[in-house]
Design a protein around this ligand. Structure first.
Ligand SMILES: Nc1ncnc2c1ncn2[C@@H]1O[C@H](COP(=O)(O)OP(=O)(O)OP(=O)(O)O)[C@@H](O)[C@H]1O
Ligand SMILES: [Mg+2]
Length: 257
């Protein structure tokens, strides 16, 4: 279980741009949960993911992973358990390296190695098999540089790479936002399958309310650094788009957007 306990976060303290975003923020994510987070721009979604992944430290409070306090643990160590897929497909792989080299890099992440990983040829069939499962033909392009792939292909590659690490937490920050509708739907299907088959715990930030409704076991709506709605189980399953949209609009109107 992942737990955020009494988290405080203020940006630019002591300046005119001071912003206290999180104040006594609490969240528990159970093992195997697939949590979707929605919320307007600036509501704190990415900040929350940054705190979980360790790319930003809280001013106070604790982050616990299976009971272990990881608040002070470096991002580079947390990524053994927590894989992250970014909004920008280019962030998940190295442009100048081939698909095979990127897969090798993901697999050797924890080992000491040169900047460019040597691809162990005996691993190629396994890589091909994983890529074939994505249904995007990447298994036939093993020598193509990642920089030449489309956004959808590249995001799928990043997801396959995440499965080569032992991480059992998947953090997705608007990972379909830069994709066309068809590629986005495909990546969402892949995400759902990967989470289910890998028994992963997933936290997905999305502006796509349709995805938040359709996928995942729990849905949270954030607003100004707080949780405005938290639904799971039957409550989540029976939630209708009109209700979700109305809640979203009511909140936006409240703060004058
Ligand atoms: N590094 C930072 N320094 C100062 N302020 C920041 C920083 N990161 C975020 N903020 C502020 O914190 C608030 C929340 O930002 P955050 O990026 O977490 O929102 P978000 O919900 O992810 O928004 P979006 O939907 O636009 O991605 C915003 O007002 C933002 O300007
Ligand atoms: Mg964001």
């Amino acid at each position: 279980m992942l737990e955020l306990r009494d988290i405080q976060k203020t940006y630019n303290p002591g300046t005119v741009r001071e912003l206290t975003l999180l104040k006594g923020f609490n969240l528990k994510v159970e093992k195997g949960e697939f949590l979707s987070i929605v919320g307007s721009n600036g509501s704190g979604k990415t900040s929350l993911l940054n705190l979980i992944c360790g790319s930003m430290a809280p001013d106070a409070g604790h982050i616990l992973l299976d009971g272990e306090d990881i608040t002070q643990k470096k991002e580079s160590l947390r990524c053994r358990r927590i894989a992250r897929i970014h909004q920008n497909p280019a962030m998940g792989s190295c442009s100048g390296m081939s698909i095979a080299e990127n897969m090798a890099l993901a697999e050797c992440k924890e080992k000491r190695m040169n900047l460019r990983p040597a691809v162990d040829r005996s691993r190629l069939p396994a890589y091909r098999g994983m890529l074939a499962e994505l249904g995007m033909g990447l298994e036939n392009m093993m020598n193509a540089r990642a920089g030449t792939l489309s956004g959808g292909q590249r995001q799928a590659l990043a997801m396959a790479m995440s499965r080569l690490s032992p991480a059992d937490f998947l953090i997705l920050d608007e990972h379909t936002a830069a994709l066309d509708p068809k590629a986005a739907d495909l990546i969402m299907e892949l995400t759902e399958r990967m989470v289910r088959e890998g028994g992963l715990t997933a936290i997905m930030v999305t502006h796509n309310l349709r995805y938040a409704l359709r996928y995942g076991s729990r849905l949270i709506m954030m607003h100004q650094g707080g949780i405005e709605m938290d639904l799971r189980g039957e409550e989540k399953r029976s939630l209708r788009m009109e209700t979700l949209l109305k809640k979203f609009n009511d909140i936006s109107i409240e703060c004058g957007n």
